[in-house]
Design a protein around this ligand. Structure first.
Ligand SMILES: Nc1ncnc2c1ncn2[C@@H]1O[C@H](COP(=O)(O)OP(=O)(O)OP(=O)(O)O)[C@@H](O)[C@H]1O
Length: 658
């Protein structure tokens, strides 16, 4: 067994010390550094079929596109809520039995000749836990995955070219690199030389000349990879595993001047929604690192595909190591893997994949322009809501909102946008007028969230509707949850986007004095029981599924519609507090979407790095919910903590400046 530093037979003179291939001066036949992003849907597993009555429906489908188009449009549809989203990607591989070999033929095989010519290439399987990444890369005994298929193809090409092939196999666990072929106690150090080439000090390389040899070496290395049972996958990978196939092809004077190229085949660890796992302790740490490094990878691909002057390779160990194999003259392919039964998870994977490819997602539903951006979707929802509900009051509220967050007030941005929205139709002219009126009307401005009569009622009505729509998903107890535990959970904001959009406009009015009163109450000893937000953790204690949750009546019912009917003062307070939380969440998101870098930094809980992440993220896809922040690699808990800190800062301000 040779190591990278010692072995020169695979890395000829001039490249002997370099595991990587030096950048070439000449141009690759197609020297565009774009990363292709393709989608692979795994079939339903037998247990998934038997656990569902009737045959399960796949949440992803391919939309018809122009025959000449070099991209595909996929539709993700949630069967239960009929929410849907469309994304554009480079190719789609459906649930067919052996879509892996098709991916190999169409996407991976074409990369191989370039590696023989000295260009690097990288293929990675990306997706949520249990979506079939390992299956795609390794395959099964009957159906080989991309790793054995690639090696087999390379070995057969070696025969006529006289090339030598060596493999290395390492994992990146908790942002540290470990050799899987020749385990060492210490991590493998990464360094780059003066020419910018990456080196993995001491990483083993083993020459392979047959598939038998490969299986022998590889199968024992596989056993060493860190896996764990997570509640979502029995054998869940906790690290990114990288198989490097290095090809050295002799030149006319033999191996002294051999041409070396390498193919990285990467089985990424799965991104995880920690609300669905039993993760805690080390599992939670792993998960946070995994999510962070996946976001860093997505940032690198995004920057490459958009010809950004700075490629953020240094944001994670993985991207740092891959620096010589992503971008420049290298070619890369991302295979985004999906579990056909998981809508929310699929949206997360595909949106990040599409973001990497830099194709903004767009919403296609009957009443919207297919090419419109998500923002338009939000406006359309607001407009529809305005039209269907009492225009006057709710629109007055919209015009009055005041952001509790510092710096430029996002609400002012929002108000302008909403005015434009309203002015689109004659039907909504009245709304616009009232909006304008309301701005100069102090008595209307005096109505507030908690004592606002019809306004508060509207708000509650919208919230009740939204909660009813999303309850099912939001409060689903994870498979691993203890049945005896109370069914309170952190509300999944992403699942309540529509609810937030509707709710948002009627919870904006926050006038200082009555709110102060409520805030003081929030800080009372009962707070832990009552408040929908735990001010320390940002987590919600609000439990709408609880039969004791106050029932709210709509104004349309003609019944008295305020908090008087809600039962005990405790019930009333709980219901009112939930409005405050919605309001703060919405304002927070608006703020994150519109604030400058410096303004972001003013907010408690946001540092330089997170501010940069947020700015990069919102460039392609404005944040719609708190859970969108998880795309930056933050865990759900970190996001809620971050929001909690900002909210606490705002509340403290109210308290100290009544
Ligand atoms: N094409 C397929 N045909 C049959 N079974 C499949 C297929 N793809 C995936 N599976 C099965 O789905 C399950 C999950 O797949 P796999 O372990 O590859 O997911 P993963 O994305 O690597 O998960 P993790 O990130 O947790 O490691 C496994 O039992 C695997 O055998």
């Amino acid at each position: 067994m040779a190591t990278q530093a010692e072995n020169s037979s695979f890395a000829p003179a001039g490249q002997a010390e370099s595991f990587s291939t030096p950048a070439r001066n000449h141009h690759h036949p197609s020297s565009i550094s774009k990363v292709r992003v393709v989608l692979r849907i795994r079939p339903f597993l037998p247990q998934e079929i038997s656990s569902i009555s009737g045959s399960p429906t796949c949440c992803v489908s391919l939309q018809e596109s122009e025959p000449s188009s070099d991209e595909v449009t996929v539709l993700l549809k949630d069967q239960e809520t009929s929410r849907n989203e469309c994304y554009k990607l480079d190719a789609f591989f459906g649930q067919e039995d052996n879509n892996v070999s098709e991916i190999f033929e169409r996407e991976v095989r074409p990369l191989i000749p370039g590696v023989f010519e000295g260009y690097n290439a990288t293929v990675f399987a990306y997706g949520a836990t249990g979506s079939g990444k390992t299956y795609t890369m390794q395959g099964s005994d009957q159906l080989p995955g991309l790793m054995p298929l690639a090696l087999s193809s390379i070995l057969s090409m070696c025969k006529c070219r006289g090339s030598i092939v060596a493999i290395s196999y390492y994992e990146i666990y908790l942002d540290k690199c470990y050799d899987l072929l020749e385990p060492k106690e210490k991590e493998i150090m990464v360094w780059n030389d003066k020419d910018g080439q990456m080196h993995l000090k001491g990483l083993a390389q083993i020459e392979v000349d047959s598939m038998d040899k490969f299986h022998e070496v590889f199968s024992s290395a596989l056993q060493r990879r860190k896996v764990a049972q997570t509640g979502l996958n029995d054998v869940s990978s906790r690290s990114h595993a990288v198989l490097v196939i290095t090809i050295s092809t002799p030149s006319h004077d033999g191996f002294d001047n051999a041409v070396t190229g390498k193919l990285n085949l990467i089985d990424l660890a799965g991104n995880e929604d920690n609300r669905r796992t039993c993760n805690e302790g080390i599992r939670l740490q792993e998960s946070a690192k995994i999510n962070q490094s996946l976001f860093a990878l997505s940032n690198v691909i995004y920057a490459l595909n958009n010809n950004k002057p700075r490629i953020p390779y240094r944001e994670s160990k993985l991207t740092r190591i891959l620096q010589d194999s992503l971008g420049g003259t290298s070619r890369a392919l991302m295979v985004a893997c999906l579990n056909p039964g998981e809508y929310q998870e699929s949206v997360h994977t595909v949106s990040l994949a599409a973001r990497s490819r830099h194709v903004s997602n767009f919403v296609c539903s009957a009443h919207k322009n297919v090419n419109s951006h998500v923002k338009v979707d939000m406006e359309a929802k607001l407009l529809a809501w305005l039209e269907s509900k009492g225009k006057t009051k709710s629109s007055q509220r919209m015009g009055l909102c005041q952001s509790p967050f510092p710096g430029r007030t996002p609400s002012s941005v929002k108000s302008t946008r909403k005015l434009n929205t309203c002015s689109r139709s004659n039907d909504t002219k009245a709304v616009r007028d009232q909006l304008l009126d309301s701005r100069s009307s102090p008595c209307i401005a005096g109505k507030n969230l908690f004592h606002g009569g019809v306004y508060a009622d509207k708000c509650q009505e919208a919230q009740t509707t939204a909660a009813a729509e999303t309850n099912k998903e939001r409060y689903a107890v994870p498979a691993c949850a203890n049945a005896s535990e109370p069914k309170s959970a952190i509300p999944d904001e992403s699942l309540s986007r529509e609810g937030e959009a509707r709710t948002n406009k009627c919870v904006d009015v926050v006038t200082p004095s009555p709110v102060n009163k409520e805030i003081k109450e929030l800080q009372s000893p009962q707070r832990k029981v009552l408040s929908p937000i735990d001010l320390n953790t940002g987590k919600s204690h609000f439990t709408p599924l609880d039969p004791k949750t106050p029932k709210l009546h709509s104004i349309a019912d003609g019944r008295e519609n305020n908090f008087q009917e809600l039962g005990t003062p405790l019930d009333k307070f709980t219901a009112r507090s939930s409005s405050l939380k919605s309001s703060l969440v919405q304002e927070y998101i608006e703020f994150l979407n519109t604030a400058s870098r410096d303004e972001l930094l003013e907010l408690k809980g946001i540092g330089q790095k997170i501010a940069e992440y947020i700015i990069e993220l919102r460039e392609t896809s404005p944040l719609k919910s708190l859970s969108d922040l998880e795309k930056t690699g933050l865990s759900s808990k970190q996001v809620h903590n971050m929001f909690g800190r900002a909210a606490r800062g705002v509340l403290e301000k109210f308290i100290h400046n009544p």
